[in-house]
Design a protein around this ligand. Structure first.
Ligand code: F6R
Length: 606
């Protein structure tokens, strides 16, 4: 959460900072600010406001200040309301600072160091600025290290000291910072999306070290006083894929990309028609030696975990737990050296998932992560990583990351089934053939988007909505329902269709639309009964149904026909149809689809 950037070099810092912050807005967008050294006076000048980067850009337009060094921040409020005084950068004496994370002991620090008088905001960040200023007498490295020793919590801190024009310092604990050296200068950010415009070479800033950036050099010194050589990584995302490609919103563009991102994810992992993780360095032993599987993830990634659970049970006949990462370590999980922990995360930075991985590793589990961002914190903690090839996902609501996570999981299950003797080679080939029909099925749904748009218009006015389904359809709907609520602000609940009568059916009424999903033949007749129960109570039902199951239902329901695949693969076309539904409801309501209120793309607070 919170986007942070820093630049020092030869170019105009204002444009670089504002452009980069715009690329980081998916991390938080309630207020924004930049601080720059004035090239003439060497004074630090702070501009900030409540609102978006475009608002700050407008405010700064008239300024004549010239600067080649500055830091910036786009905020997702944690401590303190969305007010200008709480926006970053914060300044105290000689110190100017931006922060991503939470300093948990800030109250205690205020008391211990009697800082209250100096503070104007309600933020934990300003306390850090005050503490730095308290200790600072010209040696920034020492001061930062000393203050870091007093902080509890997670932080990425980027700092400027008034008597060191052109110099930026950074330190981090858990919250990420990526750094790049490019022709025009030195750049750091909380997220790779801000760096790709300058260079493809970057490094992830290590913890327990202080980074000093000047226009033409940078040094990284560990807390032990030794210089640290960072490990350079190469960004393999196509940066042109960062634009909207003519779509009004990233979410639509990212939904449309799914046949390609699916293909990109699977193409090197199918050899002779069979699943293969040689390119990933995942040994067969890692997949055969475990006795239990436990998935940890949040939100959409957790929904991908639920789909893995359904597959593991039906194909591998194995026990598998799927845990919300934020609950995991507080629920006394049964984890040991026989457990394969599967962590699923688009960003690889979700702190709940990261902490769950660290906990499980301490208990002796092996960790396999399914991630979209190379070099991310979870990647560094894991024994094995299977990367999804979704490319940069900018819309806050996750779409292509989810289907690529599923793609990896379907491959994983096929591989394990073969290794564990649950499938013969022939059965595995058959599964893989059907699996490779997925992109075509997704494309067919995308071709139907006008039809889905019409359905969306019918639920625009709803305040509450139910999504019902059974088995795998229920898991798919949990994801579809999350999409709808986060981008359209309609209260949508996914419910197991058979469970509705045990309580929530009390909420069904004429103005509560019901979206039903039917793709699992063996559950169809029971589900149709459940659908009739809500119809009998006045609900209008839209039925998303696998084409071959839809005969004889055309008269009674508004239908969205989903292209046929074997039942276990139907999540792919079904979820894409539900993503489109959510997208059209949101865009028709005139919302900023890519930046839903209160949300942020990368969740680095617990
Ligand atoms: C919903 C969404 C979130 C994320 C969740 C985990 O559309 O994007 O629910 O799935 O915050 O994020 P990652 O996958 O980055 O760990």
């Amino acid at each position: 959460m919170c986007g942070i950037v820093g630049y020092t070099g030869v170019k105009d810092a204002r444009e670089i900072l504002l452009d980069s912050l715009e690329l980081l807005e998916h991390r938080g967008y309630d207020s924004v600010g930049i601080a720059r050294f004035d090239s003439e006076t060497s004074q630090v000048c702070v501009d900030k406001c409540v609102g978006r980067v475009r608002d700050l850009r407008r405010e700064c337009e008239q300024e004549t200040l010239s600067s080649t060094c500055g830091i910036g921040h786009t905020r997702w409020a944690t401590h303190g309301a969305v007010l200008e005084k709480n926006a970053h950068p914060h300044r105290c004496g000689k110190v100017t600072i931006v922060h991503n994370g939470i300093v948990e002991n800030y109250r205690q620090l205020i008391e211990n160091y009697e800082l209250q008088e100096q503070l104007v905001s309600e933020t934990d960040t300003e306390v850090v600025a005050a503490l730095l200023d308290h200790y600072y007498h010209g040696d920034a490295q020492r001061t930062i290290q000393k203050v870091a020793g007093k902080l509890k919590g997670t932080y990425a801190l980027v700092m400027m000291f008034e008597d060191q024009p052109g110099v930026i310092y950074a330190i981090r604990n858990v919250s990420p910072i990526v750094v790049a050296e490019c022709e025009e200068g030195m750049m750091l950010a909380s997220d790779l999306t801000a760096l790709g415009q300058f260079t493809k070479q970057y490094f992830v800033m290590p913890e327990h070290a202080v980074l000093k950036m000047e226009a033409d050099r940078m040094t990284l010194v560990g807390f032990d006083g030794n210089v640290v050589e960072p490990e350079l990584l190469t960004l393999d995302w196509e940066m042109q894929s960062l634009g909207k490609n003519g779509y009004p919103f990233y979410m639509e563009k990212e939904i449309m990309e799914q046949p390609d991102t699916f293909m990109a994810t699977v193409k090197n992992r199918i050899v002779n028609g069979l699943p293969d993780f040689t390119v990933d360095g995942v040994s067969d032993e890692a997949l055969t030696s475990c006795k239990r599987i436990c998935v940890v993830a949040c939100g959409t990634a957790w929904h991908a975990g639920l789909m893995l659970q359904a597959l593991v049970k039906s194909v591998l006949h194995m026990h598998i737990d799927v845990e919300l990462a934020s609950e995991f370590m507080y629920s006394d999980p049964v984890i040991n050296e026989n457990t394969l922990l599967i962590a699923v995360s688009q960003s690889g930075e979700t702190v709940d998932t990261l902490e769950a991985v660290k906990y499980a590793k301490q208990k002796g589990a092996k960790c396999l992560a399914v991630l979209n961002v190379r070099g991310s914190s979870i990647a560094r903690e894991s024994d094995y990583v299977l990367y999804t090839e979704a490319g940069p996902e900018i819309a806050v609501a996750s779409t292509k990351a989810y289907t690529t996570q599923l793609a990896v999981m379907y491959l994983l299950v096929a591989k394990m089934a073969l290794l564990r003797g649950e499938y013969t080679v022939e059965e595995t080939r058959h599964y893989m053939e059907e699996f490779q029909r997925v992109p075509e099925a997704i494309s067919k749904v995308l071709e139907q988007r006008k039809e889905i748009h019409v359905v969306a218009k019918n639920v625009l006015e709803a305040k509450d909505l139910f999504m019902i389904g059974r088995g795998m359809d229920y898991s798919t709907l949990l994801e579809g329902s999350l999409k709808l609520k986060e981008v359209s602000y309609i209260h949508s609940e996914a419910y197991a269709a058979g469970e509705l009568k045990h309580g929530p059916i009390a909420l069904i009424a004429q103005d509560v639309p019901v979206v039903a999903l039917v793709t699992q033949e063996k559950l169809m007749s029971k589900e149709l009964s459940n659908i009739k129960e809500v119809k009998a109570r006045g609900a209008s039902v839209v039925l998303f149904i696998k084409q071959s199951l839809a005969e004889q239902l055309k008269e009674d329901y508004e239908l969205v026909l989903l292209p046929d695949l074997e039942d276990k693969f139907m999540v792919f076309p079904a979820v894409v149809a539900l993503q489109l539904l959510a997208y059209y409801v949101s865009s028709d309501k005139g919302f900023d689809v890519d930046k839903p209120r209160n949300l942020a793309k990368v969740v680095t607070v617990e």
